[in-house]
Design a protein. Structure first.
Length: 380
């Protein structure tokens, strides 16, 4: 029998089977690569290419509350910017090299939002998003990013940024309660606009120390005075309780909360006894360490050893020895503070790194820890 000639098909035609022809071609291509990285990926998925950084320029700046400035950012050439959804944030690289994340507080559905502030009066296409808005509060005890923005970023300053990403997506449930603490209004403001546009049953409570500390107060009142509740500590004898905040929730509402850790903790504890049904949240401060054990980090194979107490993060300890170590959110999902693990067994607590990245030695010291007495050797 001549095995080199394919047998005829059901109709007597000497035609090779299409599936096996494809399978043979696949094998001819990948068989020589046994043991190579080619076989460690799905051949149907293209290699990912890093996206180019956005080039932005500050086109406007205004004071929106005590110690809070709003910046308007645009493409230097006046072109459109990538679209985004409520809850998204920008990762900015400041002139000093610091990287910081800031929530977008404009309206993603209104591309003509700033048409009257530009010399291009014909820019009225809602699909053309030509501006980003962020608001930043000066933090006296922060890492320098907010001070740099307040002191040095003025119209004309050039910046680079990553495309908008969203870790706090708005699901547009029929009934919604928004709870904002101070600068925590920034990711919620676009959500409020979206809820209003879709005729949802929504309410907003914006809290702060005093009226002058509440950003966008006039803008919020203009949306719907009956649904916007501005609540200040100085007028009510202190911060609100979780029960007081959740009393504004419609029956079965989804709660979207962004604010300081005590506010979020109070809301979480009061949720079960409230009319609300679910809670979505974003912190703008680091979460407290839970179930922490003391361990040690070593800076390089022969470097100094730094003890990490049970109630502090490895990032806090590392920054005392390496003040220039970058960081941003301290919550385990942004990835700015990533370091390389050389030795030791970590307890990964982040929400960003894949198992493959962890196996390759990536570690986020903002939240990841180790067992009691363990030493993690880091390449920093």
């Amino acid at each position: 029998m001549d095995l080199s000639t394919p047998p005829p098909d059901l109709y007597g035609r000497p035609r090779a089977d299409t599936f096996f022809r494809f399978l043979t071609a696949f094998g001819d291509r990948y068989s020589p690569a046994l043991g190579s990285p080619l076989l460690r990926r799905n051949p149907r998925r293209p290699y990912s290419r890093p996206t180019e950084a956005l080039q932005l320029v500050v086109t406007a700046r205004r004071q929106v509350a005590a110690d809070v400035v709003e910046l308007t950012l645009a493409d230097p050439s006046g072109g459109p910017l990538p679209g985004w959804q409520p809850g998204a944030h920008l990762r900015l690289t400041l002139p000093s090299g610091r990287e910081r994340h800031y929530s977008l507080c404009g309206d993603p559905a209104d591309g003509a939002e700033y048409a009257d502030r530009t010399d291009r009066a014909d820019r009225t296409d809602p699909a053309e998003r030509s501006r980003y808005r962020i608001a930043v509060r000066r933090l006296p005890d922060g890492g320098g990013g907010s001070a740099e923005i307040h002191d040095t970023l003025h119209p004309g300053t050039r910046l680079t940024a990553r495309r908008p990403r969203n870790g706090f997506a708005f699901c547009a449930e029929p009934a919604v309660l928004f709870l904002a603490g101070g600068i925590g209004i920034t990711p919620l403001l676009p959500m409020v606009r979206e809820a209003r546009r879709n005729d949802l049953d929504w309410h907003l409570v914006h809290t702060g120390r005093s009226a002058d500390t509440l950003p966008f107060a006039a803008e919020l009142r203009a949306l719907d005075p009956a649904r916007v509740h501005l609540r200040t500590d100085d007028e009510h004898g202190g911060p609100p309780t979780g029960t007081e905040l959740l009393a504004h929730a419609p029956r079965g509402a989804a709660v979207y909360c962004c604010g300081p850790a005590p506010m979020l903790t109070a809301v979480q504890r009061a949720l079960d006894a409230s009319p609300a049904a679910s809670l979505h949240f974003e912190r703008f401060g680091a979460a407290p360490v839970t179930d922490g054990e003391p361990f040690t980090v070593r800076l390089g194979a022969d470097g100094p050893e730094l003890p990490v107490p049970a109630d502090r993060s490895a990032l806090d300890v590392l920054r005392e020895a390496r003040p220039d170590l970058p960081y941003s959110c301290k919550q385990g999902f942004c990835g700015t503070c990533e370091v390389r693990l050389l030795a030791g067994t970590p307890d990964h607590r982040d929400r960003r790194l894949t198992p493959e990245r962890r196996a390759d030695g990536a570690l986020l010291p903002c939240v990841s820890r180790a067992a009691a007495g363990e030493t993690l050797v880091l390449d920093v």
